[in-house]
Write a protein that binds this ligand. Structure first.
Ligand SMILES: *Cc1c(COP(=O)(O)O)cnc(C)c1O
Length: 388
């Protein structure tokens, strides 16, 4: 199919849930993408923070291809090596005690919600089921995670929503106001990605952690976007010294294959028992083999490299004319400019740079192995577009 045929078929046959950019991506190498007509782009989106080692990464490819040659799917009624390897790796790197594998971020969060409610049911009986999430959060598109998403614009049409979810502002006063005797968990993103790359206040996070411990309320960190090295920490909560009871992740976990994980720490390690939860595809061996190749490479050196690259980009972006502020951590960057974010993204694509938006901001989620010359090219295009 040529470019126009692809767009025509897409517009005719695919549910129009996405306002797609006018680009037909075809293949790539590292942080460089090629469209159908051979035009090149620097990739500062990585498929929304997914292709964390870029395109065609040889280590990831070998891991994935090696597993495809063995077996492509094993249902969860049998043991398999890639899941066992990945779960051991995640637990040894984080201190988590158990992992449930899902296919996506939303599903990892569904598992977190179920685990929190069962933990509380087992200990306190019926009725202690409320979960507090934060205003401007994003937790997914399933009914439960959509309910958990604290943004009104997502709460249209689909009523009724799940019972027992409340929203607080990211302050202890607001948390205390929403908390009742029924509260079993508080779910947060330490860096709110979709709503504009907001890094939550460190003192608030520390106080929240303590408050949760004092009241036996489970702290759930949604690290679907900010996890897996993105911020220069394996998981972003580490940067704030938090001790979550549940951590969910997905996006970059398997380097480009669908995989989610719900990691359960000490308190709720024995909460889920046979029959409580399950999935056909979750923990697919090809995805898990890919994830082992990703997580095992996120070491101290790489994390420092991510911090350095993030600082280099942020520092140079700050000085661009019409930039009002730069937020984020590591290679998760939000840019507030005087121009509408959508317009910046469209003009960047035109000039050969793929960026994302996050609410009113421009968002960059480049691959960890982006080269200096690629960063400089990205900065040049950002400068041209934003300062114009
Ligand atoms: C993307 C995202 C999700 C949803 O993940 P899906 O894989 O799209 O279901 C949940 N939480 C956060 C913080 C995200 O960024």
């Amino acid at each position: 199919m040529n470019r126009d045929e692809i767009i025509e078929a897409d517009k005719t046959y695919i549910a129009s849930t996405y306002a797609r950019a006018n680009v037909v991506l075809d293949h790539g190498e590292g942080a460089t993408l090629y469209d159908k007509s051979g035009k090149t782009y620097i990739d500062c989106a990585t498929g929304i923070g997914v292709n964390c080692f870029g395109i065609n990464d040889p280590v990831w490819k070998e891991a994935v291809e090696g597993q495809i040659e063995k077996i492509q799917h094993i249902c969860n009624l049998y043991y398999s090596e890639p899941q066992a390897q990945l779960a051991s790796l995640l637990c040894s790197r984080t201190g988590a005690k158990r992992v449930f594998f899902a296919n996506s971020g939303a599903e990892a969060n569904e598992c977190a919600i179920k685990t929190a409610r069962k933990y509380s049911y087992d200990k306190y009986g019926d009725g202690r089921y409320e979960i507090i999430t934060l205003k401007d959060s994003f937790h997914g598109r399933t009914m439960a995670t959509l309910t958990a998403t604290g943004q009104d614009e997502f709460h249209k049409y689909f009523m009724p929503f799940l019972e027992g979810i409340k929203y607080a502002a990211p302050t202890m006063a607001s948390i205390r106001k929403e908390r009742t005797a029924r509260t079993c968990a508080i779910m947060i993103e330490v860096i709110q990605g979709e709503s504009g790359v907001h890094v939550l206040d460190a003192d608030f996070l520390k106080s929240l952690d303590r408050y949760c411990k004092e009241n036996d309320i489970l702290l759930i960190c949604d690290e679907v976007q900010c996890g897996n090295g993105r911020t220069g920490y394996l998981y972003a909560y580490e940067a704030f010294g938090l001790h979550p009871d549940i951590v969910t992740t997905a996006k970059a976990l398997a380097g480009g294959l669908p995989l989610g994980a719900c990691m359960m720490f000490d308190k709720c390690q024995a909460t889920l028992t046979p029959g409580d939860h399950g999935t056909t595809f979750g923990g697919n061996p090809v995805a898990c083999a890919g994830a082992v190749s990703i997580i095992s490479r996120i070491d101290r050196d790489l994390l420092l490299e991510i911090q350095g690259k993030g600082a280099y980009l942020a520092e140079n972006i700050k000085h661009i004319k019409n930039v009002l502020s730069v937020s984020g951590m590591g290679l998760m960057i939000g840019i507030e400019t005087t121009k509408p974010a959508g317009k910046v993204a469209a003009e960047c694509a035109e000039k050969g740079l793929i960026v994302l938006t996050a609410h009113t901001k421009v968002r960059l989620l480049p691959p960890f192995n982006i080269r200096k010359d690629e960063m400089d090219e990205a900065l040049k295009i950002l400068n041209e577009v934003i300062s114009a």
